[in-house]
Design a binder for this molecule. Structure first.
Ligand code: SAH
Length: 204
């Protein structure tokens, strides 16, 4: 079923072989809520705890491809959620720090990683808007919730040459890629419309 899913993503335009291999390898059904496992290899988002969603596989593959992960890269993920995107990044041999602001999801997914032997560098409970200044700069930052605007902290925490992949917008988001060209210059590319749960700033 995972091979078929990878074929579907390829047909939709994903070309990076390592990303497609990661989709073939990571058992998405284990990241889903009971009752939904049977749908794990459809190219769709599904509900997880705390009113959040596990991203659609195409979206995960698209964002992973834009990040251009090389083995050993230091990556920051905002929005751990189910941990599926984290697992894909680990499969690409990244060193991953991941931040989640919902306590329930943070606890649940942290425990799940331990049980499964997935080893992100650290799973952090907190607000990803601020990034992770104590570990920055990063080779890549991936935001998996819709940001009303681009948090400046995230741009400032990229290495020169580093990439920020972030869906920007309120009701609908434009997938946006920033590449840091120098201390002060960023190249910006807009890559189509997506729908995400919102990136929330303060705990409410
Ligand atoms: N990568 C996840 C996507 C989960 S949905 C997956 O594939 O399962 C987006 C997640 O971002 C939600 O879990 C939500 O709680 C979290 N989130 C929203 N705003 C955040 C913030 N400011 N900091 C950290 N996480 C945030």
């Amino acid at each position: 079923m995972r091979n078929k899913l990878a074929d579907v993503l390829k047909a939709k335009g994903i070309v990076d072989r390592k990303v497609l291999d990661a989709i073939r390898t990571v058992p998405r059904h284990l990241f889903m809520e009971s009752g939904f496992e049977g749908h794990a290899y459809q190219d769709k988002a599904f509900p997880i705890a705390a009113d959040q969603t596990i991203s659609q596989p195409y979206t995960v593959a698209f964002q992973s491809e834009l990040l251009e992960v090389r083995p050993g890269d230091l990556i920051l993920e905002i929005g751990t959620g189910s941990g599926y995107q984290t697992a894909i990044l680990l499969q690409l041999k990244a060193k991953v720090y991941t931040i989640e602001r919902q306590l329930e999801l943070f606890k649940k997914t942290n425990l799940f990683f331990k049980k499964m032997g997935y080893r992100p560098k650290k799973v952090i409970f907190g607000d990803g808007y601020k990034g992770l200044p104590e570990i920055a700069p990063f080779d890549g930052i991936i935001v998996t919730a819709g940001a009303p605007e681009v948090p400046k902290a995230l741009l400032s925490q990229l290495k020169v040459g580093g990439r920020l992949v972030i869906p920007v917008g309120l009701n609908e988001q434009i997938m946006t890629l920033y590449i840091r060209k120098s201390e002060k210059e960023f190249e910006k590319k807009e890559l189509g419309a997506f729908r995400f749960v919102p990136l929330l700033q303060d705990k409410n």
